[in-house]
Ligand binder design. Structure first.
Ligand code: NAD
Length: 252
């Protein structure tokens, strides 16, 4: 697969034990990157760091709240003190909530945007100076099929809107920093085989599967390997792009 030796990668939200971020972190580490495991969840951070180290990889755990600028800046400082560079940022931290627009409050929508969009902004902004100095950077953000088809399985309209905002923001940023050797891309997963999927009642699960031509949810590895490609040297001329990973459930 794609060689990432000597690369330093930050993966936000990689402390979720069964989440996509953990698999992204493990995959980038397997390809040789030193990976920063950044999350709110201290236990989860420890767990991912240990898994990477046991597999012979390099990892640094940092407690991070993506919605807090001081916390984001402190993380970047820590990474630079430890490794001296930042090559890859994966904006994976995200939250969702199942609620209708009628029942939604302004607090609900603010909370979702704070993490999914404003947190992504703070993290992206914080790595730009270093990436520009290096004349190399890869920013890859998790959008969602729900940004494109108006909802997925679990989220509300605020989630869809925040993930659509991620696409627009990333394309604009891609134009701004292309000249500095920094690429900015998104992946838009459909349903992924994580905890939330496993918790769905059988009838609901069958209904969801009926809408996926491949007849199954995606595996976290299928998201992570696409991200490893976008993070690689080989993807050097791809920017402002979004890659659907959804088993055919939505085709542009
Ligand atoms: P998850 O809930 O398993 O993990 C998310 C992680 O983000 C958690 O470890 C959580 O602690 C962390 N986090 C939340 N708020 C944070 C904050 N303020 N600061 C730092 N960390 C924070 O989620 P997942 O299912 O693995 O999804 C990962 C990403 O992929 C999300 O952006 C999600 O929207 C997107 N996505 C998921 C699916 C799916 O089917 N699971 C589909 C499409 C897109």
């Amino acid at each position: 697969m794609f060689e990432l030796t000597n690369r330093v990668a930050i993966v936000t939200g990689s402390g979720s034990k069964k989440g996509i971020g953990r698999t992204i972190a493990l995959t980038l580490a397997k390809q040789g990157a030193a990976v920063v495991i950044a999350d709110l969840n201290a236990d989860g951070i420890q767990d991912t760091v240990q898994a990477i180290q046991e597999a012979g990889g390099k990892a640094l755990g940092v407690e991070l709240n993506v919605t807090n600028k001081e916390s984001v800046d402190a993380m970047v400082e820590k990474v630079l003190a430890e490794y001296g560079r930042i090559d890859i940022l994966v904006n994976n931290a995200g939250i969702s909530q199942k609620v209708t627009v009628e029942d939604m409050t302004i607090e609900d929508i603010t909370k979702v945007f704070n993490v999914n969009m404003f947190g992504l902004f703070l993290c992206s902004q914080a790595v730009l100076e270093q990436m520009k100095k290096q004349k190399f950077g890869r920013i890859i953000s998790l959008s969602s099929v729900s940004a494109k088809r108006g909802g997925g399985v679990f989220g509300g309209a605020h989630y869809s809107a925040s993930k659509a905002a991620v696409l627009g923001f990333s394309k604009n940023l891609a134009r701004e920093v292309a000249v500095d050797g920094i690429t900015v891309n998104c992946v838009a997963p459909g349903l992924v085989n994580t905890e939330i999927w496993k918790s769905l009642p059988k009838e609901d699960a069958e209904q969801v599967i009926a809408g996926i031509p491949m007849g199954r949810p995606g595996e976290t590895e299928e998201i992570a390997t696409t991200i490893a490609f976008l993070a690689s040297e080989e993807a050097s001329y791809i920017t402002g792009e979004e890659i659907d990973i959804n088993g055919g459930s939505h085709m542009d």
